[in-house]
Design a binder for this molecule. Sequence first.
Ligand SMILES: *[C@@H]1O[C@H](CO)[C@@H](O)[C@H](O)[C@H]1NC(C)=O
Ligand SMILES: *[C@@H]1O[C@H](CO)[C@@H](O)[C@H](O)[C@H]1NC(C)=O
Ligand SMILES: *[C@@H]1O[C@H](CO)[C@@H](O)[C@H](O)[C@H]1NC(C)=O
Length: 111
Amino acid sequence: MAATMKLLLSVFFVFLYIDSCKSANLTLGTDVNVKLAYIENVNLIALPFITRNKNCFYTGNTTIKGISAIDFYNTSTPPKVTSGGVGFTFTNIKLRSARGVGLNYQIRIYV
Ligand SMILES: *[C@@H]1O[C@H](CO)[C@@H](O)[C@H](O)[C@H]1NC(C)=O
Ligand SMILES: *[C@@H]1O[C@H](CO)[C@@H](O)[C@H](O)[C@H]1NC(C)=O
Ligand SMILES: *[C@@H]1O[C@H](CO)[C@@H](O)[C@H](O)[C@H]1NC(C)=O
């Protein structure tokens, strides 16, 4: 019983931590002396109680030197590079909104 309580409590605190960990501009590599190869605006409307997710995939022929993802709503969880990235010719960036908030991002890839 005590163990279950402890587990529940720690799960609760993990959720608290995730929920308070908001703010989400990603910048990787550099945007100096490079060429803007790709730009994508991501707009997903808010749905009550739901987190919105989006994977942004880019593939090119030149090595990626920089990535930026700007969160205009300033409420999302930090974006994650789930494949490739700086030093590769491709990348996948995973965006995740806060619960009940939409996504409003601009992704930029520099080569
Ligand atoms: C992210 O960038 C946007 C646009 O430049 C800015 O308004 C916002 O404050 C930034 N968020 C954080 C957490 O720095
Ligand atoms: C990459 O190279 C291939 C073959 O040379 C070409 O067809 C394609 O358009 C190029 N893609 C980009 C994003 O430059
Ligand atoms: C976004 O959040 C950061 C840190 O939480 C804050 O410094 C910044 O002013 C916020 N920007 C906007 C546009 O609300």
